[in-house]
Ligand binder design. Structure first.
Ligand SMILES: *Cc1c(COP(=O)(O)O)cnc(C)c1O
Length: 375
């Protein structure tokens, strides 16, 4: 490997993770591939998820959805973050489902569909307690407008959906409350003679811990990349992390007792030690907040982060007896340490770690024989 850092992506693992979710849930799975598939590569991950049995793809931005279509992928595809004035015409022409949270969005999408002479496919998003996207005060008006348009075959309501705020804490009372509000929104639509279509609510955490949230389809993000949304691995799915991020040691050297390491001289070593310099810093996605509980693996041995993370580099304490030399590889995340381990040391979540790995790190597919091991 020539770049100092490489993220090896095992797409077979993504297929395998999706296949396990399909088996456990027994409902169609929408693979969520937003944000460059959580840093794993949008197109290759999309193909891998579909090979594993996902029936749908989900993204945040229209640009992500259009990229999927440009790659020739024809699977049902939902894009849920569209600002006013978005290119709805391209979305409709490319068979991209759009989410509706407001009357304005509905009107813009309908107007775009008239211009292109095609029927738009939409999913009505209900705000059940997240207070992010989703209809709340305008919900009854949107329902009456949609009822009229659907009855006239002017628009196609493909699904009705919402998003959970606390699914990673299954016992949190908001979960039951959101499920209840979602059901009453669906009942209201039924009463108004509006068929809600595919009902979907569950994300990765709900797939693991909230069977009541399954409905007709689940939206699986983090799990398909082989990571657990909580720091506890799920019981019924043996996740295979799809990313192994490796770096090469730029420099290995001994530093004497009393030396300080990094900006702010926040760490002073109490005895001579050997440190390794890694060209991976906060501009690459290693949060500056990461503390010394983080470790990388060198020859299967943990070497803890030492001193502050800089923009382009960081240092690890290899220990005085280490045989490490410049050019050796270290593993930053993979089956061990998990992205979750690094996230914990940085005070964040594994989502932010994998999606935050910058464009300076090439993503290289690995063949099945190099699979990172199961956890
Ligand atoms: C990102 C996202 C998901 C996937 O969440 P995971 O926890 O990664 O499974 C599902 N639904 C929506 C609306 C999202 O934004």
């Amino acid at each position: 490997m020539h770049a100092p850092n490489v993220a090896y992506i095992n797409y077979q693992n993504i297929s395998d993770n999706v296949a396990q979710i399909c088996k456990v849930i027994d409902k169609p799975v929408m693979a969520v591939v937003k944000a460059d598939a959580y840093g794993h590569g949008l197109i290759k991950s999309s193909h891998a998820a579909l090979l594993g049995g996902a029936k749908w793809l989900g993204v945040a931005l229209l640009s992500e959805a259009l990229e999927i279509r440009r790659a020739g992928i024809a699977a049902p595809l939902l894009a849920w973050l569209t600002p006013p004035g978005a290119d709805f015409e391209s979305a409709i022409k490319n068979d991209i489902d759009l989410s509706i949270s407001s009357l304005q969005q509905l009107q813009e999408i309908y107007a775009a569909s008239l211009r292109v002479g095609l029927i738009a496919r939409v999913h009505l998003k209900v705000d059940t307690g997240m207070s992010r996207a989703g209809a709340l005060d305008e919900f009854p008006e949107i329902v009456s407008e949609l009822t009229r348009l659907c009855a006239a075959n002017e628009i196609e309501l493909i699904g009705t959906w919402s998003h959970l705020a606390c699914a990673d804490e299954p016992a949190h009372p908001l979960n039951a409350e959101q499920i209840k509000r979602f059901k009453s929104a669906l009942e209201y639509m039924n009463d108004e003679n509006l068929n809600p279509g595919i009902r979907h609510l569950a994300n990765s955490s709900a797939i693991i811990g909230l069977p009541d949230a399954t409905f007709d389809l689940v939206r699986a993000g983090l799990l398909i990349y082989g990571l657990s949304p909580t720091n506890v691995p799920p019981r019924n799915i043996s996740l295979k992390p799809a990313m192994e991020l490796r770096a090469r040691l730029l420099l290995v050297k001994n530093i004497p007792q009393g030396a300080t390491v990094g900006y702010g001289a926040t760490v002073e070593v109490d005895k001579e030690t050997k440190i390794g310099i890694v060209a991976f810093g906060y501009a690459d996605g290693l949060p500056r907040s990461t503390d010394g509980s983080a470790y990388f693996l060198h020859n299967d041995l943990p070497a803890h982060l030492i001193g502050r993370v800089s923009m382009d580099q960081c240092a690890i304490d290899l220990g005085i007896d280490s045989v490490a030399k410049a050019g050796d590889e270290v593993i930053i995340i993979g089956a061990k340490p998990l992205a979750n381990d690094l996230a914990k040391a940085a005070g964040t979540i594994s989502y932010e770690i994998v999606s935050g790995i910058g464009s300076r790190t090439p993503r290289i597919p690995v063949p099945p024989e190099n699979q990172v091991s199961e956890v």
